[in-house]
Design a protein around this ligand. Structure first.
Ligand SMILES: NC(=O)c1ccc[n+]([C@@H]2O[C@H](COP(=O)([O-])OP(=O)(O)OC[C@H]3O[C@@H](n4cnc5c(N)ncnc54)[C@H](OP(=O)(O)O)[C@@H]3O)[C@@H](O)[C@H]2O)c1
Length: 198
């Protein structure tokens, strides 16, 4: 699509069709993820993990894309958005929602994914919030779920849906600690239920 022509001239990436997107989220032991449109905790190692994972690409000319809901976009401090080094796509029903140049809105998750098919983009990450996670976790193109498990219970007003019946645990890091908060990095794989494929 014309909107991506500036990004890269590497035809290897222009022809690449991604079959899966991945999800990245931090949740507490009750699957709480947010309070008052903000994160309930501040864990700098997790913010670095998020930045490194969502930014890394095999060649510098190619970017990853991050897809998020309009409320999550608005929860990012203005000075830090768009998330740099990544193509930011915001889901919203408002066709006039303003975005900085080189970043986009979309009226649905499928439209956002379609928009990226011809783009020189390596990985696509769904980065929240709850409304978008909920849809992404039931989507046939869902691949991996990167979960930072914050091993405490916070006062939250936004939660992930229960997901363990349809995701299989692939790996789990050692427990780390920062400011008396324990957390670990888990990776799950989506097992799309057969009965939904019919
Ligand atoms: N812990 C974490 O890792 C993490 C990560 C991200 C966010 N969060 C937290 O999650 C909370 C926000 O989550 P949320 O569920 O309230 O909001 P959200 O999912 O970020 O945004 C919801 C909005 O996105 C738009 N939207 C969602 N799905 C759409 C679709 N399929 N098509 C078109 N537009 C769509 C709608 O915008 P319009 O109303 O404009 O139509 C909707 O009102 C915050 O507390 C945030 O801090 C936590």
């Amino acid at each position: 699509m014309t909107m991506f022509t500036k990004v890269s001239s590497n035809s290897q990436w222009l022809s690449k069709v991604r079959e899966k997107f991945d999800i990245i989220v931090a949740a507490d032991l009750n699957l709480g993820i947010g309070k008052n449109n903000a994160l309930p905790w501040r864990i700098s190692k997790d913010l670095k993990y998020f930045k490194d994972l969502t930014s890394a690409t095999p060649v510098p000319e190619v970017l990853n894309a991050v897809i998020m809901g309009r409320k999550t976009w608005e929860s990012i401090p203005a000075a830090h958005r768009p998330l740099k080094g990544r193509i930011n796509i915001v889901l919203t029903s408002n066709p006039n929602y303003p975005m900085p140049e080189g970043h986009f809105i979309s009226s649905s998750l499928d439209q956002a994914l379609d928009m990226l098919i011809p783009a020189p983009v390596d990985r696509v990450f769904i980065i929240g919030g709850a409304q978008v996670y909920n849809e992404a976790m039931q989507h046939p193109s869902c691949g991996l779920l990167y979960l930072t498990q914050v091993r405490h219970v916070f006062d939250c007003d936004t939660f992930l849906p229960p997901f363990k019946q349809v995701f299989q645990l692939l790996s789990c890091s050692e427990v780390e600690t920062e400011d008396n908060l324990e957390f670990c990095f888990k990776v799950y794989e989506f097992n799309f239920p057969e009965y939904l494929m019919a």
